[in-house]
Design a protein around this ligand. Sequence first.
Ligand code: NDP
Ligand code: DXP
Ligand code: MN
Length: 388
Amino acid sequence: MKNIVILGSTGSIGKSTLDVVSKFPDKFKIVGLTAGKNISLLIKQIEQFSPKVVAVSDEEAYQNLKSQISNLKSANPEILFGTEGISSVAAMPDADIVISAIVGSVGLLPTIAAIKTGKVIGLANKETLVMAGNIVTALVKKHGAILLPVDSEHSAIFQCIKGHEKSSIKKIILTASGGPFIGKKTEELKDISPENALKHPNWNMGRKITIDSATLMNKGLEVIEAHYLFDLPVEKIDVLIHPQSIVHSIVEFIDGTYIAQLSRPDMKGPIAYALSYPERLHDVVEAIDWQRLSGLTFQRPDYTTFSCLSLAYSALKAGGTMPAVLNASNEIAVTAFLDGIISFNSIPVIIEKVMEFHKIHSADNINIILEADKWARKKTKEIIAYSS
Ligand SMILES: NC(=O)C1=CN([C@@H]2O[C@H](COP(=O)(O)OP(=O)(O)OC[C@H]3O[C@@H](n4cnc5c(N)ncnc54)[C@H](OP(=O)(O)O)[C@@H]3O)[C@@H](O)[C@H]2O)C=CC1
Ligand SMILES: CC(=O)[C@@H](O)[C@H](O)COP(=O)(O)O
Ligand SMILES: [Mn+2]
């Protein structure tokens, strides 16, 4: 029996993780859950899974949760609050594996708290590695923690390279669906509404990552994530558009052969793989009906129209605090787009300006990263205010 903590249990990844856990009650037990502010869902999860400890980041939600919890007959967890409370859940001694599935930079400190206890981390929160890849991988080594990718492309690469020498890898190819605006040019994207950008063709995900998929920033963040997870230079990390999202990524070996990992687009696959690693669970994802597949197609990304992808490659090459700045600026720009304050096409324009203003620092410790993150948020807001 493995004891599981889920950071971000009320989100898309959190809910899929609980789906997997509920199908295998003899293998997994939930010991800790955390949420932002969706306490109506959190209460249902508490009733169903009886965690020992829960934490929420939002103060009003915390007070509401505390007042409602005494009415629950079946469960009575300890309730914690804020980043510190979430980090305590992440570090709880009973946990065997922590699924890191909070969205955005707020996931960084709780993930580090889990790493420092030497646990197995199922990492969905790609922002952790984008912001602080060198620091995080050094902490993983120092504390004997294990980082298992939950992001579908990285889970695919992890599965494909298993048992192969690193020197035999020529490059890895991250597949991208292309998002809802595949094939469109900049001019055609100028009046895109948040509602249309939120219509991902293949995956049902949280709002922030769905917009990142539409701009291709998601793939850019994943290039940076892959660099740190697999310790590969940027030149060995490629991106290919694959609109069907059946091939989750590909490894090209030096002998000219390839290994790819395939399944229907369903995050329960990579989640279950991380939860049960190194074993596999039965019947997690519905089988592919091969005869009915209409085709698997691949094309080069349009780096000009979807320039967020180019910006992410530039940030990775620039190094130091630049990836953290890219990430923070993107978070602010995406929120502004969802709030109707800036246009879809402004997202990369604003991020690029912020990157141009940034004086790179060596990413030696977490405070330098947090400072860069803070600086980039402020600068992005200034540029948005100035231009609107
Ligand atoms: N969804 C997917 O299929 C995939 C997601 N990922 C990555 O996984 C992560 C989660 O994505 P996803 O599940 O889609 O996101 P969601 O927006 O669906 O869920 C986010 C979770 O984070 C919580 N949260 C939000 N803000 C805070 C905060 N300030 N403090 C603490 N918790 C907070 C939310 O709580 P509440 O709702 O209660 O406020 C919710 O539980 C992201 O990093 C994403 O890039 C990677 C691959 C695939
Ligand atoms: C499911 C998953 O891992 C997402 O990160 C997904 O890859 C998003 O789709 P895109 O390929 O459109 O970015
Ligand atoms: Mn992904």
